[in-house]
Write a protein that binds this ligand. Structure first.
Ligand code: SAM
Length: 290
């Protein structure tokens, strides 16, 4: 780790917040990391190297940004809170003077991010917990150059993203993450590394990009089938997809054509099976009522 970066400890984080008049808000999921070892661990697990262009969502006071600046070629830090976004360049200049110019701060909602000046190769972030899943899915969909995601999220969300078919926590986020790559729980994080201390446990989850299933169907169509299947989680697929197919019988035909037993539930299907079902539903053409 280069020596020209000073990490933020608990004292520095509180002092910075006080100076800026920042009172952490739950609305934006503001729990700041106050532990250098946690920052170093996340950067290491993110496999950030000197060629990487990192997208960081929610840099906050800059705890993780400093660790990323120490390793990456460039960091794009997207922060929704205008006060935090405005303060970040000053913090970087003070705590990582030789590396501050490689960090670019964008004051905006990550969910509206559509372009970056350089194609990102990594997403590394301590995410705001209330929008963690939509943010991860949005950036994976928007930036195909991202090879690896390493994010800290609520432990329950990390488990859901990484859950295999058939498990209790497997749901729409698991299938959608699997569309983009291989998601894996990479560890847990104690509550004590945050200020303020959150009232939920945290975990690290990685997604390594893989090619999506080969089916003649758009991602949006597959995701629509996934949403329909999990909207009525307890229902058999032939019922859950009835509205989409036109009737339970039509859904059963489409499922069978995709090689899927119509009496299964969504939680038993992997992403490749969902892609086959979406392709088969589309093959049936527009639904004719009457
Ligand atoms: N990365 C910092 C750290 O580790 O100390 C802060 C992490 S804090 C859990 C989440 C950060 O995301 C906050 O700074 C918050 O203002 C920001 N944030 C919340 N919603 C956001 C959004 N939709 N887009 C961008 N930033 C967001």
């Amino acid at each position: 780790m280069p020596a020209d970066v000073t990490y933020l400890g608990a004292g520095a984080v509180r002092e910075l917040a006080a100076r800026l008049g920042v009172r952490p808000t739950k609305t934006w999921g503001q729990n700041f990391v106050v532990d250098a070892n946690t920052v170093k661990r996340i950067v290491r697990l993110g496999q950030v190297g000197p060629d990487d262009v990192v997208l960081e969502i929610g840099p906050g006071l800059g705890s993780l940004t400093l660790g990323l600046a120490a390793e990456a070629a460039a960091v794009y830090a997207v922060e929704i809170d205008p006060v935090l976004a405005a303060a970040l360049p000053g913090t970087l200049a003070a705590y990582a003077p030789a590396r501050a110019d490689r960090v670019h701060v964008l004051a905006q909602d990550a969910l509206t991010l559509t372009d970056l000046p350089q194609p990102p190769t990594r997403v590394v972030a301590n995410l705001p917990y209330n929008v963690a899943v939509p943010v991860v899915l949005h950036v994976l969909g928007r930036f195909p150059t991202i090879e690896r995601v390493m994010v800290m999220v609520q432990l329950e969300v990390a488990e859901r993203l990484a859950a295999p078919p058939g498990s209790r926590t497997y749901g729409a986020p698991s299938v959608k993450a699997a569309w983009y790559g291989h998601a894996r729980l990479a560890g847990t994080v104690p509550r004590s590394v945050f200020w303020p201390v959150p009232n939920v446990d945290s975990g690290l989850v990685s997604v390594d990009r893989q090619a999506p299933p080969t089916a003649p169907v758009a991602r949006e169509e597959v995701f629509a089938v996934v949403d329909a299947a999990f909207a009525q989680r307890r229902k058999m697929l032939r019922s859950a997809l009835a509205r989409m197919a036109g009737s339970p019988a039509a859904a059963a035909v489409a499922l069978e054509a995709a090689g899927v037993d119509p009496t299964l539930r969504g939680e038993q299907l992997d992403v490749a099976a969902f892609a086959r079902v979406a392709a088969s539903l589309r093959h049936m053409g527009p639904v004719v009522h009457g």
